[in-house]
Design a protein around this ligand. Sequence first.
Ligand code: HEM
Ligand code: HEM
Length: 236
Amino acid sequence: MDQGSTAADRRETPQRVAAHLGALKAAVSRYGFAGRDHFGENAVSIAVRQHQDHARYTRVAMALHWIVAVMIIGNVVLGLVADDLPDGWIRSAVDTHKSIGLTVLGLAVLRLLWRFANPPPPLPDSYSPAERLGAHAAHWALYALIFALPITGWIHDSAWKGAPTHPFALWGVIPNVRIGAIEALDAATKERIHAVFFDLHVWFGYALYGLLALHIVGALKHQFWDGEPELQRMLP
Ligand code: HEM
Ligand code: HEM
């Protein structure tokens, strides 16, 4: 469990005690007091484990969170600057953008499946009802965008009239990763799809900037203003 944590990490604070009681309450309401979850743990042992873990996400969830976060932020930068790069670089910058995006889509599927099997630690009791609602809404909206951004980009690219003369291989290795059913449509329909899905791609980008700003400011507020071990929830 608590590998590598320091004495300060393990020190009890009123907020931590409240968080652990919250975990116990959540586990009791989810599984009943004596009931067991699919790993054979009952409410008390779940609460004790979460107490020992200081209510952290699993290591897999942490790894997926930070890998996807770096790839998404990198892809926003690449998407925005690609057109301003020297001519010889544009093609490979845009192709790298597409490969990163499709990789994010794959990782997002794994991440959601992992999340269903390993529910995140309950939010600390010290969160107000409004903060609880806001945090959950922001997390689900971010999940929606982690899917919506690559999917709209993928559809936009598959409807591109230049696709036949600009083959795209995922990471330069896996050929023909465009959506065949879209490539097979007539030219006029593809032109419309190409335009509409690029607009959606750009608008989802704007939504991402706003939500990400809220997400990061919210995390920093809990960490530094409220003095909660917030970032530790997502750090090994
Ligand atoms: C510097 C940047 C970031 C910081 C400091 C950060 C921090 C955090 C923290 C502390 C949590 C745990 C929240 C909790 O349950 O208490 C979290 C969860 C989450 N973050 Fe981030 N994050 C960052 C970037 C991102 C990015 C770029 C995305 C995706 C676009 C993202 C999506 C999410 C999602 C969806 C969750 C909820 C995870 C779940 O419940 O399964 N984060 N983040
Ligand atoms: C992590 C997922 C993704 C993110 C965050 C993302 C974000 C962005 C952003 C912010 C832009 C610039 C939009 C603007 O001009 O305001 C962009 C452009 C673009 N995206 Fe994505 N995108 C993602 C995935 C994809 C995928 C999977 C594809 C295609 C397979 C794709 C294809 C494109 C194309 C073709 C452009 C136009 C690039 C140019 O010529 O300037 N994107 N993307």
